[in-house]
Design a protein around this ligand. Sequence first.
Ligand SMILES: Nc1nc2c(c(=O)[nH]1)N[C@H]1C(S)=C(S)[C@@H](COP(=O)(O)O)O[C@H]1N2
Ligand SMILES: [Mo]
Length: 207
Amino acid sequence: MTSPISRGFHGRRPDAGAAVKLPPGQYETHDFPVLSAGPTPHTPLSEWDFTLGSVDGASARWSWAELEALPHETITRDIHCVTKWSKFDTMWNGISIDTIIEAGKAKGVASAPFIVASCDGGYTTNLPLADVTGGKAWLAVGYNGKPLPAEHGGPVRLLVPHLYFWKSAKWIRGIRFHDRDEPGFWEELGYHMRGDPWKEQRYTGDA
Ligand SMILES: Nc1nc2c(c(=O)[nH]1)N[C@H]1C(S)=C(S)[C@@H](COP(=O)(O)O)O[C@H]1N2
Ligand SMILES: [Mo]
């Protein structure tokens, strides 16, 4: 008979691994819940565009085809929703925000220390520039090797996996630079301005 101690050790290993990846107050789910504050918009790709805007009003625009022509990366990250589910090792494809900002600079759009992302349907969310640059955020166009489904934000969503998932704006249509940190949709309603899951920055006033 094999040792029960050895069996117990092997049996607990996956849980120990999950605990390391799970921020405080979160649980792991294998589903992919859909959380939307309104109906799912369906903008045809022929009408879709993306606009990057500076503080002084300069802007740059990309059509769907122009966005698709920019370099893409495959990204595998854990995601964490403020409603307490976390999903491990989600796989995305998209364009780094660093790439978009560099392409915007070439079109005369200067950056600033904060951004607001805006979406079809009117949703907005704010982020410090430092949280979307340096390989930390993407315009995601693919999920699990397929085009991003509309309910999860397709054709294009912001992906900022190191912050609570409300920062990952679905159906994104633009990013605007700001000199000051301006609250977005949930941030106006009492959610944290930054939303770091490892610091449990859920609501206004959390550390
Ligand atoms: N445009 C838009 N983006 C959004 C939301 C939304 O309501 N509208 N909900 C946010 C919230 S609270 C979460 S948890 C995630 C959910 O993404 P999912 O539906 O792909 O799981 O999208 C975020 N991005
Ligand atoms: Mo959320």
